[in-house]
Unconditional design. Structure first.
Length: 600
C-alpha cells in the first residue's frame, strides 16, 4: 500500500495515469473498480450539468488518516508495465512473486525489479499496453533472423543489458535472448512505424481491462517512454459552488417581456407605434429603446443559445455579492464587496479601470475528471468509468476544496474602448491565428485582447501575492472572466487558494483584498514586470512559450506554476498590459503616474 494526496487522484495521478512510487510503476484503473460504499458522493449540480449528456455521479476517492492497514479504505492500482528487469542478474520477465502471502517486487536472486522504460501507446485511440519484449526481441527484418530465432521457446532466458561496445544512447541498451543468442538494441524500437513493421498491433484496451474486449483497434502503436508527459492528458472540469444567478441580460429580457405594453410593440411589428411604445418601456425600466425592439423582434431570444459556461453563472453571482457590501449570509460562498474609490492618492489610471474588489472569505470548489487522452490532444477521449453495467450512471472522480480569494472587477467601458484600438487588436490577432493552427489551441480560450491582458495581470499579481500572503505561488489559482461574445460581457479576475478539508485556509490571502492593500500590491506587481531579466529580448518578442502561444512573457517576468494557470502558461503578453512599441497597454499609464511623484 502507498499513500497519495486526495487531490492527486484527480490529476496528475487520476484514472489512466501512471504512478511511480518507491521504485514501482502502477496505473490507476477506471471508477468501475472503486468500492462504492467507501467513495462518498459529492453534490454539485452546476458541474454535473456540464458532464457528457448532463448525467453522472461525482464521487470522492476513499481517504484515511494515519497509517494504512488491511481494513483501510483504499483504491486498487495495477502494476504497469508488467515487464521488469532485475538490477542484479538483468533477467527480463513479467512474473511477480509472493512472500508470506504478499506481493513482492523482488527477483529470485534477491535483486530489485525495475520497470521497463518503454511502453506502447495508440496514436489515436488513447490505448496503452506493454511491449511484449520476448516477441519484439525475436522479430525484425534484418538478415540475422534465423530459424533458431523464429522458433525460440526460451521464455525465461531473456535479459536486458547495457553494452558499451555499441557506444552510448539506445544502441547500447539491448534485449538479449540467451537461448537463441538473439540480440536487438532499443534503437530499433523508436523508429517510425517500428512496431507496425514488427507485426505488433494495438490491443484496443487499457491495461486493467479484459483481453478481447470491444472492437479491434486499427490505429498505429508508438513506443514512448512511460514517464512522457503526453502519455496522460487529463481533461478536468472545476466549478465554484455558488448560488446560480441569472445573467443581467436574461433578467433584463424577462422584465421587458413581462411589461404590460410589450405585446403592443410586438403586434405593431416595427411600425411607428412600436417605436413610441418601446421608448416608454425603456424609460420605465432603465434600458435602451434598441434593447426593447431587439427583444420584440426575437433577436434576443436565447432559447436555442449554447449552454452558458460555468463562468457565466459565477460572474453574475460575484456581481450580486459586490453590490451587497459586507456579506453576512454565511454558507460556502461569502464575499465582501468594496467599491474602489477614485479620490484616493493612488494612480487614476488604475482606480479608473479597477471598479470593485471582492474579499472572498469562503468558497467551495469542486474539481472533477472528465476523461483523458493519450499521445496528442486529437486522440479519443477515454471516460473515467468504463464499466458496462446497464442502467447505472457513470462515476466521475471528484474532490471538493474549501478556500479564500480576491476578486477584481474591471470597468467594462474603459476596457471596451481600449480593446477597440487597431494596434491592440492587431497584437492579439497574432495569438488568435496561432491558436487556430495549434493542435492544443482549440482547448484554450479565444485570445481576445481583454483575455490576454487580464490573464497577464493575474499572473503578475500571483507572483507578487506569493511574497505577501504567506502562500507559495503554486498554492494560488486563477480564474479569468474575460469574454465579450456574450450579451453580458465579463471583465474580472479571481485569485484564490483552496485546501481539501472542511476547515479551508487561514486567511492570509483574503486579508489583502481590502482596497488600501490590493492597490499597492497591483502597483508593485506592475513594477516587477516593467523590467524583465531577459529584456530587451523578452519585451520585443512575439513568439515565446509552448507552440509560440505567448508574446512578451517568459519565466523572468510573467510565468507561474502550470498548476496555477488555466491555460498552462499560454496566452500571455506584457505589452498589452504595460505597453511597448506602438501598442498601448491596458495599464500603461500607472507606472508613469507613480514615477512623476504625483501619488504616494
Amino acid at each position: 500500500m502507498h499513500d497519495l494526496r486526495l487531490s492527486e487522484t484527480i490529476t496528475p495521478f487520476g484514472v489512466g495515469a501512471i504512478v511511480d512510487v518507491r521504485g514501482e510503476s502502477l496505473i490507476a484503473p477506471d471508477t468501475s473498480w472503486w468500492p462504492r460504499a467507501q467513495a462518498p458522493e459529492i453534490s454539485c449540480d452546476r458541474l454535473v450539468a456540464r458532464l457528457p449528456l448532463g448525467r453522472g455521479v461525482l464521487r470522492q476517492p476513499p481517504a484515511h488518516a494515519g497509517r494504512a492497514a488491511k481494513e483501510t479504505s483504499h483504491l486498487l492500482y495495477w502494476r504497469f508495465p508488467a515487464w521488469r528487469f532485475c538490477e542484479q542478474c538483468t533477467k527480463l520477465s513479467m512474473l511477480t512473486g509472493k512472500s508470506r502471502g504478499r506481493w513482492v517486487n523482488k527477483c529470485d536472486c534477491g535483486g530489485s525489479l525495475v520497470p521497463m522504460r518503454y511502453v506502447a501507446i495508440c496514436d489515436k485511440g488513447s490505448h496503452i499496453q506493454d511491449i511484449h519484449w520476448f516477441k519484439w526481441a525475436h522479430r525484425g527484418t534484418d538478415g540475422d533472423v534465423t530459424e533458431a530465432v523464429r522458433f525460440c521457446r526460451a521464455y525465461k532466458e531473456l535479459k536486458f543489458v547495457r553494452s558499451t561496445r555499441y557506444g552510448e544512447g539506445l544502441a547500447s541498451l539491448r534485449v538479449v535472448c540467451n537461448g537463441c543468442k538473439r540480440d536487438r538494441p532499443l534503437s530499433d524500437l523508436v523508429g517510425k512505424d517500428s512496431l507496425q513493421r514488427d507485426g505488433i498491433r494495438c490491443d484496443g484496451r487499457q491495461p486493467w481491462e479484459e483481453a478481447n474486449r470491444g472492437d479491434p483497434c486499427e490505429n498505429r502503436l508508438v513506443a514512448v517512454q512511460r514517464g512522457a508527459t503526453g502519455n496522460y492528458i487529463a481533461e478536468r472540469l472545476s466549478a465554484l459552488d455558488i448560488p446560480e444567478e441569472a445573467p443581467q441580460s436574461v433578467v433584463q429580457r424577462d422584465q421587458i417581456r413581462a411589461h404590460v405594453y410589450f405585446e403592443k410593440v410586438v403586434s405593431d411589428n416595427g411600425g411607428p407605434q412600436a417605436d413610441m411604445v418601446a421608448g416608454w418601456i425603456a424609460e420605465e425600466l432603465g434600458v435602451s429603446k434598441e434593447d426593447v425592439l431587439r427583444v420584440a423582434a426575437g433577436d434576443d431570444d436565447q432559447e436555442e443559445a449554447p449552454l452558458l459556461g460555468l463562468k457565466d453563472g459565477e460572474w453574475a453571482a460575484f456581481l450580486r455579492k459586490l453590490e451587497g457590501g459586507r456579506d453576512h449570509s454565511g454558507g460556502d460562498f461569502i464575499v465582501d464587496g468594496w467599491k474602489v474609490p477614485t479620490d484616493t492618492a493612488w494612480p487614476s489610471a488604475l482606480t479608473g479601470r479597477l471598479v470593485a474588489v471582492g474579499q472572498v472569505r469562503r468558497v467551495r470548489e469542486v474539481r472533477a475528471l472528465k476523461g483523458f487522452r493519450r499521445h496528442d490532444s486529437g486522440a479519443a477521449l477515454i471516460p473515467p468509468d468504463l464499466g458496462l453495467d446497464q442502467g447505472r450512471k457513470p462515476v466521475y472522480p471528484a474532490v471538493e476544496m474549501f478556500g479564500e480569494g480576491i476578486f477584481l472587477r474591471f470597468d467594462e467601458d474603459r476596457l471596451s474602448e481600449w480593446e477597440d484600438l487597431p494596434e491592440v487588436r492587431a497584437r492579439a490577432e497574432i495569438l488568435v491565428k496561432r491558436r487556430e493552427y495549434s493542435q492544443w489551441g482549440q482547448n484554450l480560450d479565444v485570445p481576445e485582447p481583454r483575455f490576454i491582458a487580464l490573464h497577464t495581470v493575474a499572473h503578475l499579481l500571483i507572483r507578487r501575492l506569493a511574497f505577501a500572503s504567506g502562500y507559495s505561488s503554486a498554492s494560488l489559482q486563477e480564474r479569468i472572466y474575460a469574454n465579450s461574445d456574450r450579451p453580458d460581457r465579463t471583465a474580472g479576475i479571481l485569485i484564490y487558494t483552496a485546501a481539501g478539508d472542511a476547515q479551508g485556509t487561514l486567511g492570509g490571502l483574503v486579508r489583502l483584498g481590502e482596497p488600501d492593500k490590493i492597490l499597492p500590491l497591483l502597483v508593485a506587481a506592475l513594477g516587477d514586470a516593467d523590467v524583465c531579466s531577459n529584456d530587451p529580448v523578452c519585451i520585443e518578442s512575439d513568439r515565446q512559450g509552448s507552440s509560440q502561444l505567448n508574446l512578451s512573457a517568459c519565466h523572468g517576468c510573467a510565468l507561474v506554476s502550470e498548476t496555477s494557470c488555466e491555460t498552462a502558461n499560454r496566452l500571455l503578453d506584457r505589452q498589452l498590459v504595460l505597453g511597448g512599441g506602438n501598442v498601448p497597454g491596458l495599464l500603461d499609464s500607472v507606472l508613469d503616474q507613480v514615477r512623476r511623484g504625483s501619488i504616494r
